[in-house]
Design a protein around this ligand. Structure first.
Ligand code: ZN
Length: 264
């Protein structure tokens, strides 16, 4: 079995910046993922295939027929099952060494707090504005790195934050919690199937780099400059926008938050 694991991870072990120490870091890593839809399926699959130690996975949704074009861990036989339960079975077929803790329920602040404390990195694979903001706020409060992504129609966005680095912008620095975008407030929109696959894979790649950098100090992986990655699949264009901390952010600037609370 040890030889099989060594063979599985041999291509990562050859990679500059990961090597054997990085493989060991991944095998010890605890990942928290919220959402088992179009983003969560590919992100979970690539993280498990890459040998992460454990995946704590929340989603209260069940598989339905509209999911199957994008949520590639599921097939017609899974319709009606909880996504994280069907997804955990699919992941186990790929890599039985990753411990998958499937939680078929939606998160709230107290569930998030308990789960984030146990995690090395958090992946937001949800599609709800309010829950994205809540996940960001709790990750900032607990100083845990977060990889957030979204996809709608032909467009995707990716943002990785690390609140352990005090100069870093958080999700709320970039997307004001008080200003929900129209696309989120309105009803159903289409989404291109491969787009969510690309975005979920990008989340997995960012999480792998965060884990290796955190647990393998000798890694040559550079700390990425903080950027918002924007992808337009209709034009096959990829844009990276440099972002910076918002001094008035209500989430990661507690001095202002406390001052505002004092005025109320
Ligand atoms: Zn912020």
């Amino acid at each position: 079995m040890a030889d099989q694991q060594a063979l599985r991870h041999s291509r990562h072990a050859l990679l500059d910046g990961i090597d054997d120490e990085g493989v060991a870091a991944l095998q010890a890593a605890r990942v928290l993922m919220i959402g088992a839809g179009g983003l969560g399926c590919p992100a979970a699959l690539y993280l498990c295939a890459s040998g992460i130690g454990s995946l704590h996975w929340f989603d209260g949704d069940r598989v339905d027929a509209t999911n199957l074009a994008r949520q590639t861990l599921f097939g017609p036989a899974d319709i009606g099952q909880f996504k994280v339960v069907a997804g955990a079975a699919a992941l186990k077929r790929n890599n039985p060494n990753t411990v998958v803790i499937a939680e078929p329920r939606f998160v709230d602040a107290s569930l998030l707090d308990a789960a984030i404390l146990l995690a090395d990195v958090v992946l937001d694979c949800t599609d709800q504005w309010a829950i994205r903001q809540l996940i960001n706020a709790r990750c900032v409060a607990h100083q845990k790195p977060l990889v957030s992504a979204a996809a709608i129609e032909w467009s995707g966005q990716l943002l990785s934050i690390d609140p352990r680095r005090p100069e870093q912008a958080c999700y709320a620095c970039v997307f004001d919690p008080q200003t929900e975008p129209a696309a989120h407030a309105c009803g159903a929109y289409g989404v291109l199937s491969p787009l969510v696959g690309v975005m979920g894979c990008l989340q997995a790649a960012e999480a792998i780099k965060l884990i290796v950098r955190s647990r393998h100090p000798g890694s040559s992986l550079p700390s990425a400059a903080q950027t918002l990655t924007l992808i337009d699949m209709k034009t096959s264009s990829w844009q990276q926008v440099r972002i910076s901390q918002n001094p008035q952010c209500p989430v990661c600037q507690p001095g202002r938050t406390q001052a505002a609370a004092g005025r109320n």
